[in-house]
Design a protein around this ligand. Structure first.
Ligand code: NAP
Length: 281
């Protein structure tokens, strides 16, 4: 039986911690029924209980998005619950910082699977329901999407995919009532940073972190606005404009105090890296 639609219903991946958890709480506080998806069932239950105690509605659907069939399973689980989804937040993701040859193959393919494959498949599966309800897709990309990122090469490439994919879908669906947006935060103080590797905090870009509250505010604004892309924070907005013209040095572990103070200038030299072309959508 399909539940009669009396409130907005959002599936949020990666809702067990960090940005996803905070966004789920914020959306639930604004009256959205949130469907919380991630691997850590206990943690998801705690988040759901906290939302219910605050008067909100939350449903837990555990999933491991690194599995090849994960998107279909999550979609089937949500459909079995009779929930008509009008908002999809593709937030789950993780990164690896370090020399490319040091990353374990399983970790590398997990990143591709969670950050890109599951995101694209979930979007495809939920699109009919989202179109029906003139809904929203919010994809969490990153400012790393704007430049190649040595020592975070795979993660950076996955986020470039998320940005490109989101902007293309925005153009495809914006006159059909479905809003697709990519949010590009810079570094945010979440468990993501330490999980990416011990050297991350020693890099120039991770010297300045955003608060989760600011990112959540911008997520809500990105969903409410008609624009395809939102970069969080003035510093990141500025850097996302100039980064494509610079060689990608900002993610290297820094070696001197100069690298910390002037990462972009110290890193500057003409390189074979061509600025990516972003169509003016
Ligand atoms: N923090 C930053 O500096 C930063 C900057 C730019 C963009 N981002 C992006 O923001 C998003 C959220 O990250 P965060 O900063 O909030 O980090 P986080 O606190 O580590 O959250 C990551 C979330 O993804 C979930 N996840 C990871 N692997 C999963 C899997 N195999 N299946 C299902 N869920 C999985 C985790 O849940 P479980 O472990 O319970 O599965 C967790 O809920 C990510 O896409 C990240 O790339 C982060």
């Amino acid at each position: 039986m399909t539940m009669r639609k009396t409130q907005r219903i959002a599936v949020i991946t990666g809702a067990s911690s960090g940005i996803g958890e905070a966004l789920a709480r914020a959306m639930a506080a604004r009256g959205t029924h949130v469907v919380l998806a991630a691997r850590s069932t206990e943690r998801l239950d705690e988040v759901a209980q906290a939302i219910r105690r605050a008067g909100g509605v939350a449903t837990v659907v555990p999933c491991d998005l690194s599995r090849p069939d994960a998107a279909q399973r999550l979609y089937d689980d949500v459909t079995r619950l009779g929930l008509e989804v009008d908002t999809l937040v593709n937030n789950a993701g993780f990164g690896y910082h370090g020399p490319f040859e040091s990353e374990a193959l399983e970790h590398l393919s997990g990143q591709l699977q969670v950050n890109m494959v599951a995101l694209a498949e979930l979007t495809r599966l939920f699109v009919p329901s989202l179109l029906l309800h003139r809904g929203t897709v919010l994809n969490i990309a990153s400012t790393i999407a704007f430049q190649p990122a040595p020592f975070m090469s795979v993660y950076g490439a996955t986020k470039a995919f998320v940005l490109s994919f989101s902007e293309a879908l925005w153009a495809e669906y914006h006159d059909r009532g479905l809003h697709v947006a990519a949010l590009c935060p810079g570094p945010v103080e979440t468990p993501f940073i330490d999980a990416a590797g011990p050297e991350v905090r020693g890099t120039a870009v991770f010297k300045h972190t955003l608060s989760i509250d600011q990112v959540v505010r911008e997520c809500l604004e990105a969903m409410a606005s008609a624009r395809p892309t939102r970069v969080v924070g003035w510093r990141n907005r500025l850097l996302s404009q100039v980064w494509p013209s610079f060689p990608a040095r900002a993610h290297r572990p820094h070696r001197s105090s100069n690298d910390v103070r002037f990462p972009m200038l110290i890193g500057y030299r003409r390189s074979a890296v061509k600025p990516p072309f972003f169509p003016a959508v």
